[in-house]
Ligand binder design. Structure first.
Ligand SMILES: Nc1ncnc2c1ncn2[C@@H]1O[C@H](COP(=O)(O)OP(=O)(O)OP(=O)(O)O)[C@@H](O)[C@H]1O
Ligand SMILES: [Mg+2]
Length: 170
């Protein structure tokens, strides 16, 4: 059981401030990770930034797939191999998703995710969508005043993933 001050589902910082953080969740299967994404999506609003931290194969794309399902956006979420970002349109009345994979962005180069997204000329305004950035630590924070940081970890020789989230104010 989670402590009351370690909720499983993030409340929104506009109501709860950015002090909130969740307990470490155990995610034994891919389906559990996707379900956690759907839970996260329920608390997200247009313009929210989500930064996903975690090593190769940690489940960042799987989590994004769950967020996409929770938002009900169009298109299949996959690892963008050649593109930095992919836009998923909102269903009527819903919120869209901009899925960014910043793996190839070098934090030291000075080119931030914002420059890259500007160059892509996305057809969705970032303020109209939820923006999820894989490998976003160190390169995507400046996209918003606050962001939901989700850390995914994997245990050696096991499918079990763990996840912890917190809202971070810049
Ligand atoms: N508990 C779990 N949660 C998430 N994925 C899991 C889990 N157990 C096994 N997997 C598998 O691990 C892989 C995770 O891949 P995924 O592409 O989501 O990771 P990633 O963090 O996005 O990797 P990358 O850094 O390459 O972008 C998938 O093949 C998935 O099926
Ligand atoms: Mg990925």
């Amino acid at each position: 059981m989670n402590e009351p001050d370690h909720p499983e589902k993030p409340g929104h910082p506009e109501e709860h401030g950015t002090e909130e953080r969740g307990a470490v969740l155990r995610l034994p299967t891919t389906a559990d990770t996707e379900a956690f994404g759907r839970t996260l999506a329920a608390g997200l609003r247009a313009g929210d930034l989500v930064i996903l931290d975690g090593p190769l194969g940690a489940g960042k794309t799987a989590l994004t797939r769950g967020i996409a399902a929770g938002l009900g956006v169009t298109g299949r979420v996959s690892s963008p191999t050649f593109v930095i970002a992919r836009t998923h349109r909102a269903r009527p009345g819903g919120i869209g998703l901009v899925h960014v994979d910043a793996y190839r962005l070098d934090p030291a180069s000075g080119t931030g995710v914002l420059d890259e997204l500007d160059a892509l000329d996305l057809d969705t305004e970032l303020t109209d969508a939820v923006v999820v950035v894989e490998w976003g630590v160190g390169v995507a924070e400046r996209l918003a005043d606050r962001y939901l940081l989700v850390r995914l970890r994997r245990e050696p020789d096991s499918d079990v993933r763990t996840a912890a989230w917190e809202w971070v104010a810049r």
